[in-house]
Write a protein that binds this ligand. Structure first.
Ligand code: ASP
Ligand code: MG
Length: 440
């Protein structure tokens, strides 16, 4: 069985939901993962922040607007009064429950329940649409099988056991629908896989049922060789390896949730990115194979902070890096890039929640310098195949760009440079002009 996942814009209007119905009903059975309709999760997050700040009036206003939107969706989505009424029952029930949050204390637990409602709405409304048009369809509640552990990491063995059992005990249908993003934690509470997590749900589900293929349907043709939001003349990439795609997703290519590749890679399940608005395009296929020449694509990740520690004690000492890393570990802050010299180490983080404490602790080693508003530009490809000359081509292309850090050799699939975010667009454009478009 194949797993298809449709993102927020793909289910963002009644017309688009009908398009999704047309795409999936090709006679092949499927398990379909849906996001919330576009804008819904943002509204739910906005409602949550009003409730945290004890502004129930503002929360109630946003909720009312959202409810009106869903009333219009239900009105336009179904062909028959019978299903319009079923749709109303779903939306009224969910909004009635949400209104209860206006009048009680609001904690992280309530927030998780609230932000889960977008996927609960989209999947129930879509399942009704499928049933109205006579397709045998069944909704598998993600809360019955999606699990994370204490660290909020996906618990694939538990997901596999629970999902296979659930499918076994469900009616045999052509189309199974489920929610992306939402799950339960070990306490049995509603939780989620973080923003954009529906892609990750799809690959976890794919790995759990050993799917033939996982297709991620969005509103763009696939991975592009540069970021089309900032750079002109980008091109779609037909084929990427798991490693290349993981680097691109991690380092900023917004099209895919960064963790999506890992479950698929473990089970060797092909992942295909497809465009709901242009279904005949073959998209980008991600497998163990990479095609053709070395440099494939570049991507940028913003919001990076660079930390430099200069220490006389590092000279000829061992155990220094271990002590530095332990500080980041203690504060649960992952490090992205690192480069060292005899007397200094520079590294980058994107999570600055504990920056103050980290800064303070690092001062015990020497002078600490912190630069905010940096971007990692990641250049991805099968660098080994490119053989010699790769680094020099990259550095020639970057002539004139103020590079703060370079990481090369850490993986055979990427070379990363750190630049001030104010230079991001010019760096990306220059790489397209001098490297990507010149190398084909
Ligand atoms: N609805 C969630 C979000 O907007 C999850 C997703 O769409 O992937 O982040
Ligand atoms: Mg997404």
């Amino acid at each position: 069985m194949k797993v298809y996942k449709f993102g927020g814009t793909s289910v963002g209007s009644p017309e688009n939901m009908r398009m999704v119905r047309q795409i999936i009903t090709d006679g092949e059975p499927k398990l379909v993962v849906l996001s919330a309709m576009s804008g819904t999760t943002n509204s739910l997050v906005e409602i949550s922040s009003h409730l945290y700040q004890q502004h129930p009036h503002k929360a109630s206003e946003v909720m009312a607007r959202l409810e009106e939107k869903y009333a219009r969706v239900v009105e336009a989505l179904y062909a028959t009064p019978e299903y319009r009424e079923k749709g109303q029952v779903v939306t009224e029930g969910i909004f009635r429950m949400m209104r209860l949050f206006l009048h009680k204390s609001f904690t992280l637990k309530e927030e998780k329940i609230l932000v889960a409602q977008g996927e609960l709405l989209s999947t129930q409304l879509f399942t009704l649409l499928m049933q109205e048009s006579g397709h045998s369809t069944f909704l598998l509640p993600a809360l019955d099988f999606m699990r994370v552990d204490e660290e909020r990491a996906a618990d694939l063995p538990a997901i596999r056991t629970l999902l296979l059992e659930l499918i076994d005990n469900s009616p045999r249908v052509d189309y199974y629908i489920t929610q992306g993003f939402i799950c339960r934690n070990p306490a049995g509470e509603i939780d989620n896989l973080e923003r954009g997590g529906s892609d990750y749900t799809a690959s976890l589900v794919g790995a759990a049922i050993d799917a033939e293929e996982v297709q991620i349907w969005t509103d763009i043709d696939g991975f592009h060789n540069n970021d089309p939001r900032f750079v002109s003349n980008t091109r779609k990439i037909d084929q990427l390896s798991f490693n290349e795609a993981a680097e691109l997703a991690y380092f900023g290519a917004k099209i895919l949730h960064p963790q999506t590749i890992f479950p698929a890679r473990i089970q060797n399940i092909p992942v295909r990115l497809k465009n709901t608005m242009n279904p005949s395009d073959s998209g980008t296929l991600i497998t163990t194979r990479s095609d053709g020449s070395g440099i494939k694509a570049v991507a940028a990740k913003d919001g990076i902070t660079a930390i430099k520690i200069r220490s006389g004690r590092m000279l000829m000492a061992y155990g220094f890096l271990k002590k530095v890393f332990e500080i980041f570990e203690r504060h649960k802050t992952p490090i992205d890039m690192i480069s060292t010299s005899e007397v200094a180490v520079s590294l980058t983080v994107d999570n600055t929640r504990h920056l103050e404490e980290i800064h303070h602790a690092l001062m015990a080693f020497g002078e600490v310098e912190i630069d905010r508003d940096m971007s990692i530009i990641c250049i991805v490809g099968d660098i080994i195949r490119e053989e010699t000359g790769f680094a020099s081509r990259v550095f020639n292309a970057l002539d004139g760009i103020p590079i703060r850090m370079i990481s090369y050799g850490g993986s055979r699939y990427n070379i990363s440079v750190l630049v001030p975010t104010s230079h991001k667009t010019s760096t990306l454009q220059t790489l397209s002009d001098k490297l990507l478009n010149a190398s084909f």
